[in-house]
Design a protein around this ligand. Structure first.
Ligand code: FER
Length: 290
């Protein structure tokens, strides 16, 4: 087994341990009648590498972080025929507590999802930035990864002050709210909801998949319901009905529902695992920038 596999295995074990932890602390899994799957599980061929279609590129880039005081890494997908003559929308895609800038590629191959969706005319060509959401000097996911939880909050500054400006100077991208999206899994789902909903002037499209306990209370994230309804273009919330962390997503869904904030609420029958993240990313990509 190579080191990438070991890391993936460790991340998987963390996820499983988290989701199967004694339920009392996280409130357990209690499903409401509207906690249902609204988007069917797609078939595995969504991630099949196809011949005869154009493929985008995946590059590992580095940017200067004034927040952390280091050069930090991010994986960046550019779509087929990327050209400086166009201005592209950008999705910032955030990993979980045991992951890093490679995690989404291992769990869901977003480049393959995108290549296929673009070829089928089902998604807008976009740039996908997969950074390391652990904003601290040693940002490798080793040892007790829960000790780095505070660094996932610090990443808000790294993202806004360092990463977004770096992406916007390096690539030919739009700087408009309607062309910026943020989404993530678990810890990265919580980050996406926290950062996205607190900066709705920056991000128009927000997705939280299986969001973790770092997710702030809905009342804190959306203090002004009518401003949210005017600005936000997409709120996408999903979780598996076997995921012990579902209460964090349910709270946001219930708040959005009570306040008539349009949103996608997709409760599939997975746990805290890569299948639900891949499937929900697949649907999020089709709804972004539309
Ligand atoms: C926690 C349980 C799970 C927590 C974070 C997680 C910060 C994150 C899990 C993941 O990203 O997979 O109590 O606290």
């Amino acid at each position: 087994m190579n080191s990438a596999c070991l890391v993936a295995l460790a991340a998987g074990l963390i996820s499983v341990a988290v989701a199967n932890a004694p339920q009392g602390g996280q409130g357990g899994i209690k499903l409401d009648p509207d906690d249902v799957q609204v988007l069917p599980d797609p078939t595995d061929d969504i991630v099949a590498v196809r011949d005869g279609i154009k493929h985008g590129k995946l590059d590992l880039i580095e940017y200067e972080s004034t927040t952390v005081g280091t050069r930090r890494k991010a994986n960046v997908y550019t779509p087929p025929d990327y050209s400086a003559n166009n201005k592209y929308p950008v999705l910032y895609l955030l990993h979980g507590i045991g992951g890093d800038e490679t995690e989404w590629s291992r769990f869901a191959t977003p480049n393959v999802l995108m290549d296929n969706l673009i070829a089928d005319g089902k998604a807008v060509p976009m740039i996908i930035v997969m950074p390391n959401g652990r904003a601290q000097k040693d940002d490798r996911p080793i040892g007790d990864v829960f000790k780095s939880a505070p660094a996932f909050a610090v990443f808000e500054q790294d993202l806004l002050k360092d990463l977004i400006p770096a992406i916007e100077s390096k690539y030919s991208v739009s700087r408009q709210q309607k062309h910026r999206a943020i989404a993530g899994l678990s810890m990265g789902g919580g980050q996406s909801l926290n950062f996205g909903l607190s900066h709705q002037d920056v991000f128009g499209y927000i997705g939280g998949f299986s969001s973790a306990p770092n997710t702030k209370a809905p009342e804190t994230l959306i203090p002004d319901v009518s401003a949210c309804k005017k600005q936000l273009k997409l709120l996408y919330v999903s979780c598996g009905n076997k995921d012990g962390l579902i209460s964090f997503s349910q709270k946001l869904h219930r708040f959005a529902k009570a306040n008539e904030i349009p949103h996608v609420w997709n409760v599939d029958s997975h746990g805290h695992d890569a299948t639900t993240w891949r499937n929900n990313l697949y649907y999020f990509l089709q709804r972004a920038f539309r």
